[in-house]
Design a protein around this ligand. Structure first.
Ligand code: PNS
Length: 167
């Protein structure tokens, strides 16, 4: 039996932020390998800012320096995906009390769905407490500077998407 500790860090990652990056790198305090799992639904009407493939690609580029991080997309139940991948630990970042209810509900439900599934919540670096993908999308689309909030791979894509043509 393998003793490797595999964690899954699930989310929408539209796009991955410095806050996510911080939590993923902290996960190695508990895991030997981390699968960053981008959730998508085949019936999803709303596309989001980036396609699922682009989100996975940006995560891969962000963690290109660390072979212990793998980025994948998945559809269906997280517990099924985690079990298939040999991961029994879910890692989620918890920023504020407002996150708690939703996160607690998911953690309990995931364990109900598969008894082998545990969730751990990690506090992000103080610098990232206010950060979210939705704020990044909004600021970038309104022409604001998101340089401090996203990894370079994301910044490049946001700039390509929103750069103003030279007049
Ligand atoms: O970044 P998000 O949008 O807060 O992530 C939510 C996510 C992807 C972790 C959650 O929606 C999820 O796990 N989706 C997969 C479907 C599933 O397993 N649903 C039951 C959860 S109890």
């Amino acid at each position: 039996m393998s003793t490797e500790r595999v964690a899954v860090c699930p989310g929408s990652f539209d796009p991955v932020t410095r806050g996510h990056e911080d939590i993923i790198r902290r996960s190695f305090r508990m895991a030997d390998r981390v699968i960053v799992a981008v959730a998508y639904s085949a019936t999803q009407v709303k596309q989001g800012m980036f396609t699922v493939d682009e989100r996975v690609e940006m995560i891969r580029e962000t963690f290109a320096d660390d072979p212990r991080v793998e980025a994948m997309s998945f559809t269906g139940l997280l517990v099924d995906f985690a079990r298939e991948q040999g991961a029994s630990l879910i890692v989620r970042g918890l920023r504020a009390v407002s996150d708690f209810e939703y996160e607690f509900q998911m953690a309990l439900m995931n364990r109900k769905l598969w008894d082998g599934m545990e969730t751990v919540f990690m506090a992000p670096d103080l610098e990232h407490l206010y950060l979210s993908s939705s704020l990044v999308r909004q600021i970038a689309s309104l022409g604001g500077d998101v340089t401090p909030f996203v990894p370079p791979a994301v910044l490049a894509r946001l700039q390509a998407k929103f750069s103003k043509p030279a007049s």
